[in-house]
Design a protein around this ligand. Sequence first.
Ligand SMILES: *Cc1c(COP(=O)(O)O)cnc(C)c1O
Length: 330
Amino acid sequence: MSLCDLAPPYIRGIAPYVPGKPTSELARELGLSDIVKLASNENPRGASPRAIEAVRDALSDVARYPDGSGYELKRALAGRYSVAAEQIVLGNGSNDVLELAARAFLCPHSSAVYSQHAFAVYPLATQATGATGIEAPATDFAHDLGAMMAAVRADTRLVFIANPNNPTGTLLAARDLRRFLECVPRSLLVVLDEAYAEYLPDDRDDVGDAHSIGWLREFPNLIITRTFSKAYGLAGLRIGFALANAGVADLMNRVRQPFNVSSVALAAAQAALADQDFVRESRRLNEAGLAQIVAGFMRLGIEYIPSYGNFVSFKVGDANTAYQRLLRLG
Ligand SMILES: *Cc1c(COP(=O)(O)O)cnc(C)c1O
């Protein structure tokens, strides 16, 4: 018997997440110096100078444990989103809060529903609890809320929805999401992952940002997750958060490690949140970049999926060959 046999079968069955290659590794392997990293949807502008400044200031106190309650950041988030501090769960990246939701609400005799082509972390977080993952078929690469509703079983406790979705960049209309929340049984939780919310255009009133947080008042079974990794440019510091009903947030906080978010990340996030000019400029640059890439696809006759994120999926003959060739070009 091998030691690996001691792990439960659902743990042994987990397929490892394959992250984008770090540029240092690529430089080493291929001898490249001029590398443009596009694989992890980070902010090409970096982070707000105010966040970097806050990081520097926070370094003088790294001998101390962080504030495990995240009091200051929660106060800032509560003010920005008009929620109570008790409705906020801070995470070591929003991946951490997705896992907290899974750990708080799933067990081996339950299930979670997510869409085909959705964010790769949902099946991983589900499987790590021993729950059954149910993949609902997508329609034109987008979440099909009807199919997701149909996939819900009596033992379903969580439904994961990425809006916009990674890697397809597709967006669900606010009215469709709302209808889903109205129809879905209140005995399960809907995790609405809005990692790219800050990239949504300001002037769209049919999309997530303006509406979803207001829905928390009506739907106590809604969990919204956000991150500082994308538009805020703090991916390396690992910080994200969930907004939910206070009772739900309390359960997630109980399974959270007491010091899951570092003091440096807390300070950076608070400064980044206060610099909305940086976010606006990032959104503007992203809109211009997306238009540039799409114009190139059209000129080259390449099929693509219209994206609402800071990335875009497109069709190539053999994806692995294209990937290798793009890698070699840096
Ligand atoms: C990038 C991304 C996240 C954020 O992950 P972090 O752990 O916050 O860095 C969450 N959900 C989706 C869909 C993403 O693409």
